[in-house]
Design a protein around this ligand. Structure first.
Ligand code: MG
Ligand code: ZN
Length: 216
């Protein structure tokens, strides 16, 4: 019985995600769902990505947070359109919350929409929002055991950014073991080690993203 209820919720979500998808397609907008635990660096990665895309593609951002507009204010300084969704307690974005923000996003004037999901490594993986790709930001201070603890998240991701690699000298984080653990769950995933502090790896990630947008 319980399983049936969950399936119905996800079925309804997928229908709305499909409508979001149609809207994105009709405006030729490529959409990235940015997922991570709190503090992994979603906002920093989004800001670094925007900086490197200036003059190459037109970017918009949707910021999902349980409350506050702090991240949206930070991103607004990059001079891109940004819309805040406060989920009011919900620990993930779903397709209808996303749909409710889209009226305020100038879809006609952008090519790429970065949607920052709520910081959480569990349920964001279960809710499609109409995105083209899902990226997971895993930061080195969180430890290299995350793929074992949150396998669905790693299974559902198209890209994993291993963030804060500038901190590796101070941490017991084995990049090879982490990469192997991810590959054990998801063979197709692209993995980019990055640092928003030093800029290392960001260029590689951004060129891959531009290539992926072009292939759509
Ligand atoms: Mg943030
Ligand atoms: Zn949730």
């Amino acid at each position: 019985m319980e399983i049936k209820v969950v399936k119905n919720i996800l079925g309804a979500n997928d229908q709305i995600a499909g409508k979001n998808r149609q809207l994105f397609d009709s405006n030729q907008v490529f959409v990235v769902n940015v997922m991570a635990s709190p503090g992994a660096g979603k906002t920093s990665v989004i800001m670094e990505t925007i900086k490197r895309l200036k003059g190459k593609t037109r970017v918009g951002v949707v910021e999902g947070d349980i409350s506050s507009s702090l991240d949206a204010e930070a991103i607004g300084k990059e001079d891109v359109p940004v819309v805040q969704i406060n989920t009011g307690g919900e620990c993930h974005l779903d397709a209808s919350m996303t749909a409710s923000a889209l009226g305020d996003v100038p879809l006609n004037d952008i090519d790429l929409l970065l949607i920052e999901n709520v910081g959480n490594l569990v349920c964001p993986a279960e809710f499609r929002i109409g995105e083209d790709i899902r990226i997971l930001i895993a930061s080195t201070p969180e430890g290299d055991d995350k793929p074992f603890k949150y396998p669905l998240m790693f299974h559902e991701a198209d890209v994993v950014l291993i963030n804060k690699i500038d901190l590796l000298p101070y941490l017991k984080f084995d990049v090879n073991a982490f990469t192997q653990a991810i590959r054990g769950i998801n063979q197709k995933v692209k993995i980019f080690p990055v640092s928003c502090t030093t800029g290392e790896g960001i260029e590689e990630w951004v060129s891959w993203l531009l290539g992926r947008m072009g292939k759509k």
